[in-house]
Structures are given as structure tokens and as C-alpha cells.
Design a protein around this ligand. Structure first.
Ligand code: ATP
Ligand code: F6P
Ligand code: MG
Length: 966
């Protein structure tokens, strides 16, 4: 039995049979533009074939016309047919592994070796080979590269493992600051001894307003960076309260050791308060006096909109405060001159995320994490009773938490202060959505109410108001849950620890670089980039949103809000009312869009599929899922149209609901992939995955020449914990993985700290990318991280052991003294975690010992983090928009070869990677990335965007780097 495969792009088809000497018989279908061949197996045996090499005899025969045509064409190209290598295909050796059906299935699902042909067709003479099992399923695939040339192309990356070797010698990447604890202590005592010499600065940090997870990491980074830069570090205890009270009890000098282990601790260890006195000039006057008395030159305030408004006011009043202090003889003229300019800087710490000009505030994502976990829990009980839940979340004047939680948990409805409606309107809209969801089979209803939710007449909307509507009008069994301060509790998520740390370093840099003419900075983050904004301007903009709301000018309030907030809100409305209202687009603009997952599982993958499908529905497009990757498609025609009900709950699930594996189109059979694309008439494709997904997009784009079915807009949403996809600085799944690894490390570190003289060597995933190890080391304060980009040199290893031994010797049983060494698996093949632990223990001479710890696939994470869920939603919507907007650019080329020029920029840019680069979300063409920005052999981008983070991670733990010249 054979499978008919229609012609694609005029490719000639012939059917031939390959059979084993024993029982197994397979049909091999062979495609070539010019040739028709017969293949016949020799020595093949269905039970012994696995992993064995089988010789396939290739006999040229059949279609004489085509044969002649190919010879003529070949002669035209080579001028010498006799020596033509394509003839050597006859009797060529084919690697034909896993030839029985079960094994082929495994192979195609990425669990075993695939079927490969060691013959290399060219782009000019492409060939595909299909092995069909006795019942007609296509189970085998070929590589299709170069039939003519004897020059083999690079062998395909093997499934599952990456073999390219990684240098184990260390290459110094950048000039890292060489600080160790001893030298820093020495510096500190020197500085303290000379008190306030004019050269040295004293930098103080305080936390203010509601506490926020990550504040401790911020304080730690500020204290250590200040010390590392030769400054004295101070903390102001209890927020502005401490400034107003003053004295050494409230304004304390801190040492390197004082902040040990703080990254992993929730709340704020230096205290915070809401201080009435500071709102009055008299309070601020006292604050100014106390700062000067303590000799503080610069103040970094980590707090929310209120705290930074206070800081801004303090800054603007400073000259007059100083004048008054001088006139009342509270300070000397020297002090007046020295402290004439207040050097102040804000790092935004608040769970509310209500400060303009920054995308995220320290603590907001930790709080969102608590909220999403709670709602995930509530879902289960709601589902059991088919109940409705009204969940109140924090956000006095701001709906960010409610909105993001709404997206991350696919809640039915949200009520936020930024977009109020009349009571009648919101009640109608909520009832309409909830009724439709229920009528389509949803058993749960979740409505999230922000603490500050209001109607458009500014009257508050309470959870009880919502309860009343759901229970009385819709007769739903409804409960109210107020999450309260649980949302502010617990330790910070990885994002907040890293954000707080990087912003702390940047804040110290900013105050050291500032002069009387520089405007006071606020340290922000925009997309993936830490930025400096003007404190005055940020406060002004934040206030203008609040003013617009008070003036009931909600349209203006929205315009003044960050564009990302508005984008999230629009996305929430679109995906959550999918299929409800008439689609947005007219019939003739509605498309068929496919989505496929490729590579290892990554957090947020399901959210991307869910968002893509629901957004498609709201636009009027038809979403399709290709189940089980390219191999699923080639083997089982695994295309299903996605329907709303079957995707319920996907938003919050880990793994990949539609299945994923590492097989690329070439490996699966690109001709067959093209055939199905043609059969389903896809107008666009979204691939979600890691490096194999990147390679897949490249293969599809290059195959457009032969297969018009690929002449459609195609987008890759990067998703891999390795974060090694060129074209982006962030891949879905990295945040989930970082949290999983960080949680693991926190536990291990606690064990090490309790044991006192113990270090753990933790084995970290990430292929050839040290991203995960570097960022995790920043989040957990690991003593050392070894990454593939640097390798492990003996010099560095011995230096690290020496530093470790010294610090254990001086630790004298202090708490929080657990030491971690994070080692990327590919940093060294020789130094496995066990070997490394043994070497370290032996070299430590009994001062301490080391053990290995292997988190393994736990690093893929369980539930996806809220960051991965919400980013997935945003990127999926952008990907669909891209497919819509790029139809015109490639539409003509789909039907007409003459219109297709693969090198045309407009056309080639319709196959792109959707990435976050610096502070922008951008589409970059796969051609550009693959040809110019990728180290294919290493499966890495050429430029490592996070390189500078390594120096920061090292310097904050006082690691000495050995400068190895390679
Ligand atoms: N307009 C202002 N002038 C002077 N000080 C202010 C002003 N607004 C706030 N502050 C000071 O900042 C403190 C914290 O402000 P607020 O209570 O608004 O919290 P926040 O910093 O916005 O944090 P969060 O909202 O996350 O809890 C106040 O108690 C007060 O001391
Ligand atoms: O109980 P507290 O400390 O006044 O904090 C409650 C408020 O603080 C915030 O969480 C911000 O930290 C607001 O969303 C909330 O209204
Ligand atoms: Mg606030």
C-alpha cells in the first residue's frame, strides 16, 4: 500500500519499494525534481535495523523523459555528465535506522534516531524519501540536501544531544572588578577611619511605603556596590520615619557582611513605614538635618509612587531646607557647602506597579505570583462545585495586578480603576461574558476585583457588589476571597531579585555619575533593559494619571498610562471574549493560521497557544494546532482546528498540550509538511520553541522556493529555558526555569548554611548557554557560576577554591553561610558536578566540603510563571497581528512563481523571529538572524546579551576572576 503524495511545486514523483530480506516491507516514495529512482533494501531486518546501517541500492529507471531532462540540466550545469556525482547515488549507502514501525514512531517523536540518507541532494535537485509502513502510514523521512555534489553538507543536529565540543579553557570575557571580602573589609575600615574625606561618598538606602519582595535584594546590591566602589554604605531604618528620627539608631553604616543572604529573604529587613511627618515640611527639614549629620551624600529610595513623590518633593525643597538649617545654625557653612545638592535616586519598589515610565516595579511580579497561585488553587475548588469566585487583589489606585492576574489565569472578568464603566454597563458586560462562558460548558467563573476598582462616577466597586450581581442575577453559587497581605508576603521571584539587584547596581552608578546639573534619576526597566529616567518626570506622569481619573477623564487616563498596560488590557478583552461577539475582521480578511510547538517543553508554551487561538477567534481567523510537532504532521496529519472549550485551563498549565519534540521539517519530511500546508491552505504559521524551532523556521523559509505552501507569513515565538534563540533576549520558559532552579537552590543553600562547612555544586541545564546559570547565580547569590561561554580553567577553579576556603575560615559559623557553585552542564565535560565536588573537597583541606546536587528536568518547571504566561499572551497576539499585516507582502508570490523572489527583502522578512531586544519588541527576519547573527555549530547567538550580568554577579559575591589569556 502506498500513500499518494500530490505534486508540490512541479516535483516529479515516483513510487518505489524498499524491502528487507526478512519480514519487514516498506514502501519508499522518492521525490526529485528531475529524477525518478528505485530503492531497494539489502540486509534489512525489522528487528535488527535499529541503529544499524543498511545499504539501499539505488537504481535509476522509469520516467525517461524526466531522466533525460535531468541529465540535460545537469550537463548544462556541470558540462561533464560522466563524472557526475549524482550517479554515485546508485549503490550509495543510506543510514536507515529504526526501520520498524514502533521504532520509527519513537524516532519521529524525538525519542530515537531518525531515518537519514547519507546522500546530499542540492537545492537544485532536491529529493525527499518517504518510508511508508505496511499499512500506509508514512513513518520514515530523509534528509534532502545535495544529490549532486560529493561535498556533504553539515550533518543534521542529532536529536536530543548536541555534540559540538565546548572549550574548557577559560576565556576572560570582560574586565571584571576584582573584589574579595578581605580587600573590601580593608577598604571599608580605611574609609571609616578617614571618616568623610572629600573624595569618598556615603551612599544611603532606604525602603519606604508597603514592603515589596525584592527590596532586600535591592538593599544588598546597593550596599555591596557602594562598598565595592570605595564608598561608605548606610541604611536608613524604617523608611522616612528613620530620616525624621535620625541618629545612629536609624541611619546606620552597613558592612558587606550585613547583607549576606538577603536576596533570598522576603519583606524588607531595614524596615519600612508610612510616615505622616514626612508629608510636612517640618518633617522633611528634620530628615535633611539628620542626613547631613550622618554625613550622607546620596540617598537611594526604594519605594512606590508615594515614596518617590516624597523623594521628589524633598529634592525640590532641598535648597530651601538647607538655607533654613544654615540660618538656624543647625548646620555649619562647611556642611552647607558640601551638601548643597541633594543627590537622590529612586528604585521603584512596590507590588502595585503603578509608577509611570517603568514597565515593572520591584515586587510586582512576586505579588502576581502569589495571586496566580491562589487563583490556580481556587480554580480547582470552583470547578468541583461549579462555583463563581470573586477575588479581591491589592492595588489601591491601580489595576495592574488585577489585569495581569486576569490574563495569567484566564479569568472571566476584571474590574480595575483605570477603565471604569457605569454600574449598568459593567454589570451587563460581566453577565454577558459569564453567561456565554457558562453556556459553552465552563464550570468555573472567576472575577478579579482590584482593591481600588471604581465605577465611572468614582464610587467604589466592592467584591460584595460583584457577588450580588453574580448570585442574584445569574443565580451562581458565589464566594468572595480577599487575598490580603498574602500578596506581599514570601520571598521574591527570580525576576524581582534580578531586577532589584541590577537596579541597585545601576542606582549606585547613577548617583556616582551625577553632578549638580544632572536631573535626579529613577531607575526603570523597559522591556528587558534597565534604564534611567527623570524622577521629576516620572512622578509628574504618574500623578497626571491619578488626576485624570479623579477628573473622570478616563480616556486621557488611559492615554497617559504606559502603552504596555493598554496593550495588555486590549489583549485581555480580546482573548477573554473570543467567539462571543461578531469577529473584528470582514470575511475576506479572515485567515487560517497554524501553530506548532518544537523543542523541549518550556513554561508559557500553552499560554501562547491559548492566546493565539482565542485571539484568532476574536478576529475571525481559524486557528489550527499541529500536534506533536513536524513529525506528528508528517506521520499522522496531526492537524486539528482549535476550539474554545477544549482549551479551558491551558493558560495555567505547564508542558505542551499540543505536544512537542525536537524534529525539524527536514527531518520529518519537508515535502510532506508542504503538502499538508497546501492541503489545509494555511495563511500563516506560528512556531513556539527553542533552537530547533529556529532551525525549522530557517528550513521552511529556504524551502519557499520549491514549496509555495510556505510562502506565507511565519513567526517564531522563542520558548526555551536555554534562552539561546538568536533575535531575542528573552525566551518563554526562561522565567519559569529560573524560578524552579532558584527555589531548588534556596533549599540547597539552606541545607548548606545549616551544616556550616558545606558548599553545593549544582548542575544547571541550558545547553551551550550560560544564561540560566548566570541569572540564577544573581538571584541566589551563588559564590561561583561556571558557564560554557567561559569553561572551567584550572587557574580559576583553584582561585575559587582558595576564596571559598578563606571565607569559610572567616565565617566562624555565621548563619546564612551556605555556599553554592552553579555549573552549567556544558561548562566542562570533564568536571562533572561529582568530580568538581570531589576536587573542591580534596583541595579544601578539611576547611569545608562540597557535594553535588542535580535538579535535572525539574528546571523545566511545573506551572508556568505569570511572567511567562502574560508574555506568551502578548507575543502570541503580536504574532497573529504580524501574520495579518504581512499577507499583502507575500500574497502574490503564493500563486505565481514569477512574483517570488526569495531574496526580496519584503518577502524574506515575512519569516521572522519575534523577540525582545533591549527596550523593544521586534521582528527580525530569519535570514538575517541565521546568516549573520548565529553560531550554528554552537546553537547560540553570536552576541551574548547578558554578558555584563556575569561581572555583576561575580562582584556582588566578591569573586576574584583570574585573567586567563587564551
Ligand atoms: N506627597 C508626598 N509628600 C511627602 N511625602 C510623601 C508624599 N507621598 C508619600 N510620601 C511619603 O512616602 C510614604 C509612603 O507612601 P505611600 O504610602 O503612598 O506608599 P508607596 O511608596 O506608594 O508604596 P505602596 O503604594 O507600594 O505601598 C508616605 O508614608 C510618606 O511618608
Ligand atoms: O496594609 P497596608 O500596609 O496599608 O497596605 C495596603 C496597601 O499597600 C499596597 O499593597 C501597596 O503596597 C496597596 O495595594 C494596598 O492598598
Ligand atoms: Mg503607592
Amino acid at each position: 500500500m502506498t500513500v499518494d503524495i500530490p505534486l508540490v511545486n512541479g516535483t516529479t514523483q515516483c513510487t518505489v519499494t524498499a524491502y528487507s530480506e526478512k519480514s519487514y516491507q516498506a514502501t519508499v516514495k522518492f521525490y526529485s525534481q528531475f529524477l525518478s529512482l528505485e530503492l531497494e533494501t539489502k540486509d534489512a531486518n525489522s528487528t535488527t535495523l535499529r541503529n544499524s546501517t543498511v545499504s539501499l541500492k539505488v537504481v535509476l529507471e522509469g520516467n525517461a523523459e524526466k531522466h533525460a531532462e535531468s541529465e540535460a540540466r545537469f550537463q548544462e550545469l556541470t558540462g561533464d555528465l560522466e563524472s557526475a556525482d549524482w550517479r554515485s547515488l546508485a549503490n550509495s549507502s543510506l543510514v536507515f535506522k529504526a526501520a520498524n514501525v514502533v521504532q520509527c514512531k519513537e524516532a519521529l517523536e524525538g525519542q530515537g534516531p531518525g531515518v537519514q540518507v547519507q546522500a546530499y541532494p542540492t537545492d537544485l535537485f532536491p529529493m525527499e524519501l518517504y518510508v511508508v509502513d505496511p499499512v500506509g502510514n508514512v513513518v520514515g523521512v530523509t534528509r534532502t540536501k545535495n544529490a549532486v555534489s560529493t561535498m556533504p553538507t553539515a550533518p543534521p543536529a542529532s536529536k536530543g544531544t548536541f555534540t559540538s565540543s565546548v572549550p574548557s579553557s577559560a576565556q576572560s570575557t570582560s574586565a571584571l572588578s576584582e573584589i574579595d571580602e578581605k580587600s573590601i573589609s580593608a577598604e571599608v575600615s580605611e574609609v571609616t577611619a578617614s571618616a568623610s574625606g572629600p573624595g569618598e561618598k556615603a551612599i544611603a538606602v532606604m525602603t519606604s511605603g508597603g514592603d515589596a519582595p525584592g527590596m532586600n535584594a535591592n538593599v544588598r546590591a546597593i550596599v555591596r556596590t557602594a562598598i565595592a566602589k570605595g564608598c561608605r554604605a548606610y541604611v536608613v531604618m524604617e523608611g522616612y520615619e528613620g530620616l525624621v528620627r535620625g541618629g545612629p539608631e536609624y541611619i546606620k553604616q552597613f558592612s558587606w557582611e550585613d547583607v549576606r543572604g538577603w536576596s533570598s529573604e522576603g519583606g524588607t529587613n531595614i524596615g519600612t513605614a508610612r510616615c505622616k511627618e514626612f508629608r510636612e515640611r517640618a518633617g522633611r527639614l528634620l530628615g535633611a538635618l539628620h542626613l547631613i549629620e550622618a554625613g550622607v551624600d546620596a540617598l537611594i529610595v526604594c519605594g512606590g509612587d508615594g515614596s518617590l513623590t516624597g523623594a521628589d518633593l524633598f529634592r525640590s525643597e532641598w535648597p530651601s531646607l538647607l538655607q533654613e538649617l544654615k540660618e538656624t545654625s543647625k548646620i555649619t557653612s562647611e556642611q552647607y557647602t558640601r551638601y548643597k545638592h541633594l543627590n537622590i535616586c529612586g528604585t521603584v519598589g512596590s507590588i502595585d506597579n503603578d509608577m509611570s515610565t517603568t514597565d515593572a516595579t520591584i515586587g510586582a511580579y512576586s505579588s502576581l505570583d502569589r495571586i496566580c497561585r491562589a487563583i490556580d488553587y481556587i480554580e480547582a475548588t470552583a470547578n468541583s462545585h461549579s462555583r463563581a469566585f470573586v477575588v479581591e487583589v491589592m492595588g489601591r489606585n491601580c489595576g495592574w495586578l488585577a489585569l495581569m492576574a486576569g490574563i495569567a489565569t484566564s479569568a472571566d472578568y476584571i474590574l480595575i480603576p483605570e477603565k471604569p464603566a457605569s454600574s449598568r454597563e459593567w454589570e451587563e458586560q460581566m453577565c454577558d461574558i459569564v453567561t456565554k462562558h457558562r453556556s459553552r460548558g465552563k464550570r468555573t467563573t472567576i472575577v478579579i476585583v482590584a482593591e481600588g476598582a471604581i465605577a465611572n462616577d468614582l464610587t467604589p466597586i466592592s467584591p460584595n457588589d460583584v457577588h450580588k450581581v453574580l448570585s442574584q442575577r445569574l443565580k451562581l453559587d458565589t464566594r468572595v476571597t480577599t487575598l490580603g497581605h498574602v500578596q506581599r508576603g514570601g520571598t521574591a521571584v527570580a525576576f524581582d531579585r534580578i531586577l532589584a539587584t541590577l537596579q541597585g547596581v545601576e542606582a549606585v552608578n547613577a548617583v556616582l555619575e551625577s553632578n549638580p546639573d544632572t536631573p535626579s534619576p529613577l531607575i526603570a526597566i523597559n522591556e528587558n533593559k534597565i534604564t534611567r529616567k527623570s524622577l521629576v518626570e516620572s512622578v509628574r506622569q504618574t500623578k497626571s494619571v491619578a488626576d485624570a481619573i479623579q477628573a473622570q477623564d478616563f480616556k486621557k487616563a488611559m492615554e497617559l498610562r504606559d502603552t504596555e498596560f493598554v496593550e495588555h488590557l486590549n489583549n485581555f478583552m480580546a482573548v477573554n471574549s473570543a467567539d462571543h461577539n461578531p469577529p473584528n475582521l470582514p470575511q475576506d480578511q479572515r485567515l487560517k493560521i497554524a501553530i506548532v510547538n518544537v523543542g523541549a517543553p518550556a513554561g508559557g508554551t500553552n499560554s501562547a497557544v491559548y492566546a493565539m487561538a482565542t485571539y484568532c477567534m476574536s478576529q475571525g481567523h481559524r486557528p489550527y494546532a499541529i500536534y506533536n510537532g513536524w513529525s506528528g504532521l508528517a506521520r499522522h496529519e496531526s492537524v486539528r482546528s482549535l476550539d474554545w472549550k477544549s482549551m479551558l485551563g491551558w493558560q495555567s498549565r505547564g508542558g505542551s498540550e499540543i505536544g512537542t519534540n525536537r524534529c525539524t521539517p527536514d527531518e520529518a519530511d519537508i515535502g510532506l509538511v508542504a503538502y499538508y500546508f497546501q492541503k489545509y491552505k494555511f495563511d500563516g504559521l506560528i512556531i513556539v520553541g527553542g533552537f530547533e524551532a529556529f532551525v525549522s523556521l530557517h528550513q521552511l523559509e529556504r524551502a519557499r522556493d520549491n514549496y509555495p505552501a510556505f510562502r506565507i507569513p511565519m513567526v517564531l515565538i522563542p520558548a526555551t529555558l536555554s534562552n539561546n534563540v538568536p533575535g531575542t533576549e528573552y525566551s518563554l520558559g526562561t522565567d519559569t526555569a529560573l524560578n524552579a532552579l532558584m527555589d531548588y537552590c534556596d533549599v540547597i543553600k539552606q541545607s548548606a548554611a545549616s551544616t556550616r562547612g558545606r558548599a553545593f555544586v549544582v548542575d544547571v541545564q541550558g545547553g551551550n548557554s550560560g544564561f540560566l546559570a548566570t541569572n540564577a547565580s544573581l538571584a541566589v547569590g551563588a559564590h561561583v557560576s561556571y558557564v560554557p561561554e567561559e569553561g572551567i580553567s584550572l587557574e580559576q577553579l583553584s582561585q575559587d577554591i582558595e576564596t571559598l576556603a578563606e571565607s569559610f575560615q572567616t565565617a566562624q559559623g555565621r548563619r546564612r553561610f551556605g555556599k553554592l557553585i552553579l555549573k552549567s552542564k556544558n561548562a566542562s565535560k570533564v568536571f562533572t558536578p561529582e568530580v568538581l565536588a570531589d576536587v573542591i573537597t580534596a583541595e579544601a583541606n578539611g576547611v569545608f566540603n562540597a557535594k553535588s546536587a542535580i535538579p535535572g528536568h525539574v528546571q523545566q518547571g511545573g506551572l508556568p510563571s505569570p511572567i511567562d504566561r502574560t508574555r506568551a499572551t502578548r507575543l502570541a497576539v503580536k504574532a497573529v497581528d504580524f501574520i495579518e499585516s504581512r499577507q499583502e507582502d507575500i500574497y502574490k508570490a503564493r500563486a505565481d512563481d514569477d512574483e517570488f523572489d526569495p531574496d526580496d527583502k519584503e518577502i524574506s522578512s515575512t519569516a521572522a523571529v519575534l523577540g525582545i531586544r533591549g527596550s523593544d519588541v521586534v521582528f527580525t527576519s530569519i535570514r538575517q538572524l541565521y546568516d549573520f547573527e548565529t553560531e550554528i555549530g554552537k546553537r547560540m547567538p553570536k552576541v551574548i546579551h547578558w554578558e555584563s550580568t556575569r561581572a555583576i554577579a561575580d562582584s556582588l559575591v566578591g569573586r576574584k576572576k583570574v585573567d586567563v589569556k587564551n
